[in-house]
Design a protein around this ligand. Structure first.
Ligand code: NAD
Length: 242
């Protein structure tokens, strides 16, 4: 197994892509610590996949430090937590901008700071950060703060990759297109006509369908084990930006 003996920390593992990644990492032989703020979702994941779980709020330095302290040295960190905000630059409130930066960007600074000393001590580590096609890769209408913060994730990823490439640490970003997850269904419902909104999302995917969390999870596991890849931005989007 590729990840035998490796400890893998996943944020936002309660549902969607994070959950699928936790299951895929476990199948690849790793010791998975799946974290989230949704305790019920973690309980369900532990029952379904037999992975370790821990409540960890990525908005809180103390929560991150406590979990990483208990887990011990982390070999692979998958920073999956993030929130989608709709709206243009004229629609959004400063408080939404601050919240999106905190959850989409600063959370990754917190977790990377927490695990990096352990990775550096081993001279080995892999970090995978969740960005999106809606970022510096593509301007997407009505996704002002989301695209801005997910572009920041790409900058953060490349900066960390450059600083630590000679010390055995790899850091890559992934940029999914639309992926079937609980929050996607919430966004579709919020648009009023669920079926019309779903059809519009599918129409913008040239491959003719929305991606699955499992398809994204496969890429995350690949990057965790891809020993010649760092600072890369991996688009996985059904041909949306092609
Ligand atoms: N679904 C998509 O179409 C899509 C596309 C591109 C990128 N993404 C990104 O993938 C990531 C996961 O999205 P998803 O749609 O798969 O899942 P989701 O949005 O359905 O679930 C998000 C999870 O994050 C957890 N969470 C929220 N706040 C948290 C916090 N403070 N600390 C820890 N966990 C917290 C929630 O409890 C939930 O389990 C996000 O960063 C999102 O931006 C999603």
């Amino acid at each position: 197994m590729k990840l035998d003996g490796k400890t893998i920390l996943v944020t936002a593992a309660g549902q969607g892509i994070g959950r699928a990644a936790a299951i895929a990492f476990a199948a690849a032989g790793g010791r998975v610590v799946a974290t989230d703020v949704n305790a019920a979702a973690l309980e369900a994941l532990a029952a379904d996949a037999g992975v370790e779980t821990a409540f960890m709020n990525v908005l809180d330095d103390g929560s991150v430090a406590e979990v990483v302290g208990k887990v011990g040295p982390v070999d692979v960190l998958f920073n999956c937590a993030g929130v989608v905000h709709g709206g243009t630059i004229l629609d959004v409130q400063d408080k939404d901008v601050d919240f999106a930066y905190d959850l989409n960007v600063k959370s990754m600074i917190r977790t990377i700071r927490a695990v990096l000393p352990g990775m550096l001590a081993k001279g080995d580590g892999s970090i995978v950060n969740m960005s999106s096609v809606a970022s510096s890769v593509k301007g997407v209408p009505n996704r002002f703060i989301y695209g801005t913060t997910k572009a920041a994730v790409i900058g953060l990823t490349k900066a960390v990759a450059a600083d630590y490439v000679a010390k055995g640490i790899r850091c890559n970003a992934i940029c999914p297109g639309t992926v079937d997850s609980p929050s996607l269904h919430d966004r579709l419902r919020a648009q009023g006509d669920y079926e019309a909104a779903r059809a519009a999302f599918i129409a913008r995917q040239p491959i003719g369908r929305i991606g699955t969390p499992e398809e994204i999870a496969d890429l995350v596991v690949y990057l965790a084990t891809a020993t010649y890849t760092t600072g890369a931005v991996h688009v996985i989007d059904g041909g949306w930006v092609n």
